[in-house]
Design a protein around this ligand. Sequence first.
Ligand code: BGC
Length: 756
Amino acid sequence: MKKYFILILMICAFVHTQAQNEKMNEFITGLMNKMTMDEKIGQLNLVTPGGAVTGAVVSKDVDGKIRNGQVGGLFGITGPDRVRQAQEIAVKNSRLHIPLLFGLDVIHGHKTIFQIPLGLSCSWDTALIEKSARIAATEASADGLDWAFSPMVDISHDPRWGRIAEGAGEDPYLGSLVARAMVKGYQGNDLTQNNSVMACVKHFALYGAAEAGRDYNTVDMSRLRMFQYYLPPYRAAVDAGVGSVMSSFNEIDGIPATANKWLLTELLRNQWGFKGFVVSDYTAVSEMIAHGMGNLQEVSALALRAGLDMDMVSEGFLTTLKKSLAEARVTQSQIDDACRRILEAKYKLGLFDNPYRRMSPERAKSEIFSDANRKQAREIARHTFVLLKNDHQVLPLKKTGTIALVGPLANNKDNMLGTWSVSGDWTKSITVLDGIKNVAGSGLNIMYAKGSNISDDTAFIKRVNVFRPEIVRDPRTPEEMIREAVAAASKADVVVAVMGEASDMTGESSSMADINLPSSQENLLKELVRTGKPIVMILFNGRPMTLNWENDHLNAILDSWFAGTEAGNAIADALFGDYNPSGKLSITFPRSVGQIPIYYNHKNTGRPYDGVEPPKFKSDYLDVSNDPLYPFGYGLSYTQFSYSDLSLDKKQISGSQALTVKLTVTNSGQFAGEETVQLYTRDMAGSVTRPVKELKKFQKIYLQKGESKEVSFTLTADDLRFYNSDLNFVYEPGDFKVFVGPNSRDVKEAEFVLTK
Ligand code: BGC
């Protein structure tokens, strides 16, 4: 009975969508019948008047172009009044009154800035991640925007790559869940709502695999690897109904993604059924000249033919497509298709009904940077911190006694927000010093000393400080600063050292060959260690860093990433135990940069290093172990969780059966806390080689002190599917291992067989 009911509901929904689509098609066909070829090409043009932009080129005479019908969308302006002015030019002064689409990089919040995406993914909490995107959409839409250039779902195995900060880490399964949550958060249930924005999944595709971790660099990989590791999160965003896709800067199989027909048409539209529009990345069309693909006319034609609909900033479409049409390099239907997809997006966003629907000064006043949003930013941030080390329970700290608060990021408003928070106001962010004062109250004596600069390297500082002075050198000498910090430390019960990267040491064009702490900070830490006081490091970082020395010498390390507007409050909540850290790494921390690319779901090779001596002629290094410093999935708590009684309800399942995996998790420590129980599998033999572990499921559980819970997972053959050498998504009968644990390393295991 219930089944029939669901079926009837599905049929009704289908009929309703069909009717809506017909209405939309009729409207757009009617409009396109009135459009000249120039006006159609104008819709394919995305311009920016400047602001926080990532290239030298900006668009000229934006107002004039809007009036002439030469602009489809605009990005880089915000504020209901400012956006309205531009919209009025389009709606009142252009011949056909077609509204513009207003986009922006809303990456981790709009004005209320949330934890950076890499940190968010360490919450493993898709409901919270969705909430952050929902709030971002509410604020962005109140500020005049229709379209967020987010989520970025690029998988990466390379912490040298600065943009690793903008993604969800290394795992395709977790990455897919995060992608879906973000799309749902931005787009809500109904795109016409004035508090929803269209999401734009990026950067399609494989951008996180840039060679040597150097931004914009070449990518070259097998189809099998793409499908196994890199493509699932983009696919998940498409399946979640993302309205637009941004092509990536890199090449794939020798053809830049922006003009790659296999990628943009065969895979994205034909195989995955994507119905929205594809926009290029910033000047990616004209950059194909430098890639060596031809002149502006040639690369623009290539891109359109490949399936690109909108050209961001290059104006290659605007200035050359008409000529290419006359020379039969592109067809009218290719231009029509692209124009139709962009008009459809505007229709779906409700812009033809009311082009000003997302420009409300009243909403902007009450809904942007509200107390409620800041409260959520604090709450979400707390769930993202990863406790990397906590010897002898030095954390949580007491709210009494004396602490020495040292380090270049301890009292540093400039660097709380993290990379690419373009609309965030850093002057309103909460520092760690402020947060500690707020949370600990007057019973705690705080001795603050900066101790060091983020970096002392002037050439490096100049390269980081492109947008504003994030790294400011103190007029004092390094020795004077260290002396002050050591003096504070020697009078304190405990030292809290707030160290790490400046916001723009990660993000776009912020690749690093050395991912240690800068030497100015290492020098400070070494002197602090000599005081013999317990040392807790709060780390600010947009990437995994190499922290061997710190791990060996410091008592506790709390990774806080870049926690956003409320960073200081959230960090203090964790520091003093008002919140018990629960984050788990979504990315592996290497011991050495030489281990990169390093990731948990690697293949076994024919000569795996198994710990047996001598290690000669095994797949290993002479000078460093294969193991990471902190593995994927890792993260401690103030309490301890013990895992026991792993059991499977069957030894064997067929393709149509389900396997139940059960275990008991006990909170055996002194605090209540949250744990993320992770389940991995290994396919012991396949028609293609299979990873040594793959995350398949996880559950977050909250346990009181002393409490035990039985956790149960269901696995079916569908969970065991993979791409075979024909790129079919299949499962193959055979032996499997299942692993359950608190991270990808410390697991309990069992075995089962999958039959036909
Ligand atoms: C980045 C995109 C961003 C765009 C617009 C590009 O350089 O790669 O992620 O959306 O600029 O700001």
